[in-house]
Each structure stands twice: as structure tokens, then as C-alpha cells.
Write a protein that binds this ligand. Sequence first.
Ligand SMILES: Cc1cc2nc3c(=O)[nH]c(=O)nc-3n(C[C@H](O)[C@H](O)[C@H](O)COP(=O)(O)O)c2cc1C
Length: 263
Amino acid sequence: MNIQETIQKRRSVRTYTGEALKEEQIAAITNFIAGLQPLYNTKVRIEMLSVFMDNQPIKLGTYGKIAGAKNFLALIYENAPFAEEAAGYQFEQVILFCTELGLGTCWLGSAYNPKDFKKQIQLAENETLAIVSPVGYAAEKQRFLERLVNVDKFHCTRKPFSELFFNQTFDTPLTEETAGIYAAPLSMLRLAPSGHNRQEWRVVKDNRILHFYKTPSPTATIDIGIALCHFVETCKELNINGKLEFLEKSSNDNLQYVVSWSN
Ligand SMILES: Cc1cc2nc3c(=O)[nH]c(=O)nc-3n(C[C@H](O)[C@H](O)[C@H](O)COP(=O)(O)O)c2cc1C
């Protein structure tokens, strides 16, 4: 998979053709999921669901703008430190794999009926159902409702590089020039999907170390996992060596320290 091309191709798809996924695509996705490496020993499970199981119709309710989806991915993680971030990272790996297969997806944090999904996935006591996503063939035409609320405007808007990334301190914006080898990985991070397109991630570059922060909002935890996926997977593609590690960094009322990347 060419990560940078795929990241640029991905967008939220809310209207599907109504066709079920082909068996070989289901097999490719489940194989990809089976090969994912856990991050920091966190336990994440990603299940593939269908509105037809054993030839019986299954109710998997979604709200509002989602239409025509016959297959879904569900993200479940075992509650532990960094598990939600790791879940966000791994689900985005699967989303990008589906994008590479030419399939549409859409992260859903709220626009679905959790009761319907929980009936199919049997959650253990220490597990959380975090997200679902339809996965299928994008319809060529958006539905009236999708056009009415102009969901695509979110896809195209991202905050400028200099509002998200900083040099040494939060007082000095980072530019693509001063980002050096990290210009491409940070540009890919900037394209990460986030709940309501809030983009609640910030990065401070301190020479060879980059510190990742998120806002205290509850949805920002999964979002930073997605952002880390775009950043780290792009670094891997560009042979930029480094690793994620937890350092002693302070947080404030507006921004919470998450993790650092150092090489
Ligand atoms: C954690 C998370 C939760 C989301 N929840 C919803 C949702 O409930 N309903 C929806 O229509 N879109 C949802 N989205 C999609 C975002 O609105 C979308 O990613 C963002 O507007 C950027 O657009 P793009 O994905 O086309 O780049 C969610 C995205 C993320 C990352």
C-alpha cells in the first residue's frame, strides 16, 4: 500500500450502492485485520459485520446521513492505558486498507445504534465498543440529505499547518520548511479524519523529538490515535527511523500530553 497516496484518497463516504461486499474482499479485510500487530500490548478487536448473517437479516441501525451500507466494521478495545489511542491507530490502518481496495468507509462515533451492534459482538465486561464504520461501494451520487448538509465541506477543510504544529514551544508555529524531514509525515497527519473534523491534535517539534498533544475533549483520544497512525505509517514509508515513547511532559488545561516520537 502506498500510504501517502491512500491517505490523500480517503474521505468519508456516507452513501453506498446497497450491494454487499464480495467474499474475496471480506476475506482480504479479515486477513489484514488478523495480521495487525498490537501496540503496547493493548487488546483491540475489529469485527466485520453484515446485515445478513447465516441468511438471516440483522438490524444494524445507523442514523441520518448513512445510507445503503450492507457491511460494517466495529472497533472494540479492552480498557487499559493507551488502549483507546491504539484502537484509533489500528482502525485507521484497516480504513486505509479498505481505501486501497477501492472501498468507501466512514468513522461513526455517534450516528449508529450501539444496542444493535452490541447484540452481534458480545462485549466482555472490560471491553468498549468505540466506533463502527460502514464499508462498501460508494454510490456515485450523494443523497439529497448529504448534499444539503454539505458534508464534503469538512473533508476539504483542515486547519493550516502552522495552527497545528509548533517549533520548540507553542508560541512559534512550525512551517513546512522548518519541519524538515517531518514535513510529509505532518502533512499526512493533518489529513487525518477526526470527530466533527475538530482536529484536536497538536504537535511540538523539539529538534529530533516530536511531542503529541490532544485537547481534553472525550473524542480527542481516539482522534489522536488516528493522527499517530498517519504520522508513524508515513515515517515508515519514508524510512524515517524512530519510535513512540512516553516522556515526562506537562499538560495544561487546554492540551494534554500523549506521547513523543524520537529518533
Ligand atoms: C472518531 C470519529 C467519529 C466520527 N463520527 C461521525 C459520525 O457519528 N457521523 C458522521 O457522519 N461522521 C463522523 N465522523 C466523520 C468525520 O465527520 C469526518 O472524518 C471529518 O468531517 C473529515 O472528513 P473526511 O473524513 O471526509 O476527511 C467521525 C470521524 C471520526 C474520526
